[in-house]
Unconditional design. Sequence first.
Length: 312
Amino acid sequence: MPGEPGAQAPAPDVSGSPYKNLFVPLVVVPAAIVGAIALVYLFFGAINKREDASLADNLERVVSGGAGERTQAAFSMVVQLAENEEAKAKGKPPPWPIDASFLPKLREAWKKAPSDDPKIKLVLATMLAQLGDPDGVPNLIALLDVRDADDPDGMVRFNAVANLGAVGDERALDAVVDVLEHSSDAGLRSVAAIALQRMGGEKSRAALVGALEDGSFEVRANAALALAARGDPSGSSILRDMLDPAVYATEHERDKRKFAQARRVSESRAMAIQALSRLKRPEDRAAIARVAEKDDDLAVREAAMKALADWK
């Protein structure tokens, strides 16, 4: 995921991705979806700097500039809004003030954005949603219908789902459930499972429980993590499976591009420990205790020992 607001994100490493969607971690950290605007950093790894024009000036460049200028200006707006959010969290005034005319201009920019440039439309829709404009969520939902020809690697749709999850607006519930239940892209199904953790109600729960039977391990894992985040133990058996290094070895044997990095395995196992600890079930505590007692991965052992120490 992106770094601190205002920092330059490195270009994503998409080499050897086992997914049609290039931005799908093998198990995505649900807690990483904390703010919609930060997610679009992933689009701009190749841009080296942000120009210090105002938000309004950059928006004008998005509307009237050429393709390269639009992308640069969109990146600058993303950074500026992220810096505003960071300042807000620290109780400081925003470094990039937004006046009453900005949101109407942003809505108009969405309408004028070229239909064959969904990346720019994603940035504009995300900003509208982040700023609480009622058009933001419907615009993000509309991006789920982008044609394959305009989004060949699924990046726009992946980030639209992720941003809908970050916003947590239940107007998006039906659209996100539809992705989870019907998309042929395991990456999109995975991020839809994560997004649903912040959309309450029985419909989202039922979709997540159904995803526990998905053919993709990553989708099952993310559904189990999302359910645990909601306090639901329905995926606890999958979470316990996620503690076992052999599960990842099997997945790697099926596809050499999956779980090729030990770090990914370690992170996934630690997330499972955290999720099981959140549920506070006696049978899950025993599984964590076995990891804490003896495990070759010191980071995972540490996570297990911390979970046991915090168990109440």
